[in-house]
Structures are given as structure tokens and as C-alpha cells.
Design a protein around this ligand. Structure first.
Ligand code: ADP
Length: 475
């Protein structure tokens, strides 16, 4: 028995339909459905998967009009017309509409079966051709897609793609490995059900911006830098970059800096101690006193350099777990207090607007203290005695703005961009003024750690204004 073919017998006369179905089509292995009106026929065509249509004359609809509609929407469906009476005109229209056969009722069984089988063969050829053509057109596209998918699967970075509801669309090999997902396919499930990892969930809640990133540890103990990006119209992507080696290197670097600076500091302290003992051990002549003074200055300069290097090493690590709301006004007041004796010694005129009750910034108290100390310290250090020092702090549009201005020597225009580089000292800085050239590099790193900006406005011979802009804690 042949495989049941879905045949739709669309005939208005029920008795005739039933007879053809029961006595001819069904025994030959066809599954038959009946409709009796044009409306029913359209509905069935829309829902059902049909292989062949036997179309008769309808009382409520023009069968040829119906056939035309059907050909538009189902061009591969073979139609056999069953006419009540043979007519030359109908035959011609049938040919024009592409009917596979035209039969007149009553129809002989063999004739009907032969027509049905020709119709099915016609459909098979049509669809075969269509498949080949579609394959020819979409084949290169499908190959390209497969190539891209394979690249995505092979890259070393983990990638997971989700739709707008965070249901997994695709996950690559590296991501599976990082989170030990095994070979199960998580496609279609929400990420939180597949991977109840808190850091990943927190990252998904972040607004996708350039900074939507987080550091996370995988079950295997490796550390990843995870980035979130939203692709309009597609969904959300999280990519994972393995930074375990970088973190290990960073630990090594920190250990190295700590060890070296400790090992350098101890002999320096010893040198300073013995130099002081020389003076106490007995009278020294003026030349010896001068040598001792020079040794002390050199030791101080080297100690300062080690301290600055250590500070730079520390702030370059970022703001790991020191985040808290910081009252910048209080920091400024404390810094000014600390420098009070130097301000008085150099007879500087300090102008300062009230800095109380300003909104907090989110950050590290220690690091922001270093910003204030370096900027105010520089202003005092570079401004000649009797000069003026202005410190202003205000909040404006979700930002805190600090100005530290002085009437010092200023900075040559072409060097104003370079003074924030490590070890850079402006060409007009007097050699008698001690410095390492690291202070502003430390300041800039800290400000950037706090997502802020820093710049200088300066005129040679008139003075400099350093401006720091920091986002407020609430923003
Ligand atoms: P340093 O230890 O030399 O002060 P910094 O990094 O703090 O290092 O500053 C870099 C250079 O920028 C200084 O050497 C100096 O030439 C210039 N500079 C910084 N602050 C001022 C200032 N207030 N007035 C003039 N020049 C300054």
C-alpha cells in the first residue's frame, strides 16, 4: 500500500465526493479530506499540508477564481479539475491556470488514480527543482554561516549569546569549558537557570556600556575578564577573556616592587642613621658638614623616589576593594592643615572657598588624599615665596570639580601634555626644587581610576591651574 497522501477533495456534491473517496482513493492509500464551500477550502489550505487538490464546481464560489488564488499562495500544489460537464472554455482556462488534469464526472477509477498519481509526480518534480534552486542560492550563505560558527566555536575567548530575555542562543567551547557546562546544550534556557553564577547575573543587570565588565573566577580557579555587549535586534553577548596569567604577573610585579623597595629602604635608613651619628660623635669641619648635608639630601631624594614608585605601583592596580563615599572637602582641609607650616614658611597667600557640605564621590579615601597632597604640594613647592595659592571645590551637574591654582612659574604650553607622564619634569623646573617627576603620573592614574579627568591651564610666568573633575557617588 502506498504511503497515505493527503488529498483534498473539494466537491460541492457530497454523495459523489464520498463515493470517489471510499471506492477509489482511500483503497488506493490516499487520505482524503472534504470541503463543500469556497471558504472552507481556503481555511483548510491555510492550515493543512496537502499534496493534491481535486477541485469541483462550487455553488458559492467561482472555482477558477479559487484556483487562481490557490496557485498564487501554493504554486506547487497540483490541481485536478473535476467538471460536471465538459466545456471547451473551462478546459482552456484550466490550461491557463496550470491544472495538471481536467476530468469530467462521472470519472472512471483508473482515470482518476492515474491523474492523481501524475499530479503527485508533478508536485515531486516541482519541489525537487525548488529544493535544488534554493540550495544553489543559499548554499554559499549556509557555508559562510557554518564557517563563522566554527570560528566562534574555536576562539580562545568564551562567548555566550542570549536573546533579550537572557535565554541562551549560542555558547562556544571556551565558555563551556570555563564554566564546566559539559556537553549539554543550554540553548533556549535562561542563563540564570543554566549557570546560577552571581557575578554573571550582576553583570547582566549592568547597563551595557563601554564599562560593563566584571572580573570573575571560574570553578577551575582561572580568572576571567567578562564583558557585556548588547547587539541591537539580536540580544546580549558576554565574552570572557582569560586574565589568569596577567594577574599572576601583576602579583609578581607587586612582590618585586615591595621586595626591592624594602631592600633599598633598609640600607638608606642605616646610612641616614650613621650620618647623624657622625655629627654627634664629635665636631666636624665645615667641609665635612657640607658632605654630610649632601649625603642626607641624596638619601632623602632616593627615599622619595622609592615612595613614589611604590605609590605608583599601588594605584596602577586600580581601586579593587577600597570603594566608599569620600568627602573630598574634608580631605582638602586636612591636606591644607598638613601643609600649613610650609605655606607660612613661604609666606604664601592662601585663598580658599568653603569646602563643607559637598556631595561625596565614590572612591578610595587614601588615593584621593594623594591627589590633593600632590596638587597642593606642587603648588606650594613651585610657587616662589610671597605668591598666591587658590583652592576651590564645588559640585556641578553630578560632578565634583577641584581647582588648585598658583602664581608659580607656569608650564611651557608644549610641555603641558607631558607633565602627566612618568618621570617628566618641565624644562623650566628649577633643579633646586626637588622632585621625581612621578607625582602627576600618580595623580592622573588615580583620577582615571575614579573615572575622572584632569588637565592643566597654565601661562609661563603667571601661574598654573590644575583642574580635576570627578563623578559624584550618586551619579
Ligand atoms: P615633581 O616631583 O617633579 O614635582 P610631578 O609629576 O608632580 O613631579 O610634576 C611634573 C612636572 O610638572 C614638574 O617637574 C614641574 O615641572 C611641573 N609642575 C607640576 N606642578 C606644577 C606647578 N604647580 N607649577 C609649575 N610647574 C609644575
Amino acid at each position: 500500500m502506498p504511503v497515505a497522501k493527503q488529498v483534498l477533495l473539494a466537491l460541492p456534491d457530497q454523495t459523489e465526493c464520498k463515493q470517489l473517496a471510499e471506492h477509489v482513493l482511500q483503497p488506493a492509500g490516499y487520505a482524503v479530506a472534504f470541503v463543500h464551500t469556497g471558504g472552507e477550502l481556503r481555511r483548510l489550505l491555510r492550515s493543512g499540508k496537502l499534496d493534491l487538490l481535486l477541485l469541483g464546481d462550487f455553488a458559492d464560489a467561482d472555482s477558477f477564481q479559487l484556483a487562481q488564488d490557490i496557485k498564487t499562495n501554493h504554486p506547487t500544489l497540483p490541481i485536478i479539475f473535476l467538471a460536471q460537464q465538459a466545456s471547451q472554455e473551462q478546459l482552456l482556462r484550466g490550461v491557463q491556470l496550470g491544472f495538471v488534469d481536467y476530468l469530467t464526472l462521472p470519472v472512471e477509477s483508473e482515470v482518476l488514480l492515474e491523474a492523481a498519481s501524475r499530479g503527485l509526480e508533478h508536485k515531486r518534480r516541482w519541489e525537487g527543482w525548488l529544493r535544488r534552486e534554493t540550495g544553489r542560492i543559499t548554499g554559499p550563505l549556509a557555508r559562510r554561516l557554518a564557517e563563522l560558527e566554527s570560528i566562534l566555536q574555536q576562539v580562545n575567548d568564551g562567548v555566550i549569546l542570549m536573546d533579550a530575555e537572557h535565554k541562551v542562543l549560542m555558547v562556544n567551547r571556551a565558555f563551556r569549558k570555563a564554566f564546566a557546562l559539559g556537553s549539554k546544550d543550554p540553548a533556549g534556557r535562561r542563563l540564570q537557570d543554566v549557570l546560577p553564577n552571581k557575578e554573571l547575573q550582576d553583570l547582566l543587570q549592568k547597563p551595557a556600556s563601554a564599562d560593563a565588565r566584571a572580573e570573575m573566577k571560574s570553578p577551575s580557579g582561572r580568572t576571567y575578564n567578562a564583558r557585556l555587549s548588547v547587539i541591537q535586534g539580536l540580544g546580549t553577548v558576554i565574552s570572557l577573556h582569560d586574565i589568569t596569567n596577567l594577574i599572576e604577573l601583576d602579583h609578581l610585579r607587586k612582590d618585586f616592587v615591595n621586595t626591592v623597595s624594602h631592600d633599598l629602604r633598609s640600607p638608606l635608613t642605616a646610612i641616614l642613621g650613621y650620618v647623624e651619628l657622625i655629627e654627634r660623635a664629635g665636631p666636624v669641619n665645615p667641609q665635612q658638614a657640607e658632605f654630610i648635608r649632601r649625603v642626607k639630601t641624596s638619601v632623602h631624594t632616593t627615599t622619595e623616589l622609592i615612595d613614589d614608585l611604590l605609590d605608583l605601583g599601588r594605584v596602577e592596580v586600580g581601586l579593587i576593594d577600597e570603594l566608599a563615599p569620600v568627602d573630598m572637602g574634608a580631605i582638602i582641609e586636612k591636606t591644607i592643615d598638613a601643609f600649613q607650616s610650609q605655606i607660612e614658611y613661604k609666606k604664601l597667600l592662601l585663598k580658599m572657598a568653603p569646602v563643607e557640605n559637598l556631595p561625596a564621590v565614590l572612591g578610595s579615601h587614601t588615593q584621593l588624599g594623594q591627589v590633593a597632597a600632590n596638587l597642593i604640594g606642587n603648588a606650594i613647592k613651585y610657587t616662589p615665596a610671597g605668591g598666591e595659592l587658590r583652592v576651590m571645590l564645588r559640585s556641578e551637574q553630578k560632578q565634583l570639580i577641584l581647582h588648585v591654582a598658583d602664581t608659580g612659574p607656569g608650564i611651557p604650553l608644549e610641555e603641558q601634555g607631558k607633565i602627566f607622564d612618568r618621570f617628566y619634569r618641565a624644562t623650566n623646573a628649577l633643579p633646586s626644587i626637588p622632585g621625581t617627576g612621578l607625582g602627576l603620573a600618580i595623580v592622573k592614574t588615580i583620577v582615571e581610576n575614579h573615572r575622572g579627568r584632569i588637565w592643566v591651564d597654565s601661562k609661563l610666568g603667571e601661574g598654573s591651574i590644575f583642574t580635576v573633575v570627578l563623578p559624584l557617588a550618586k551619579s
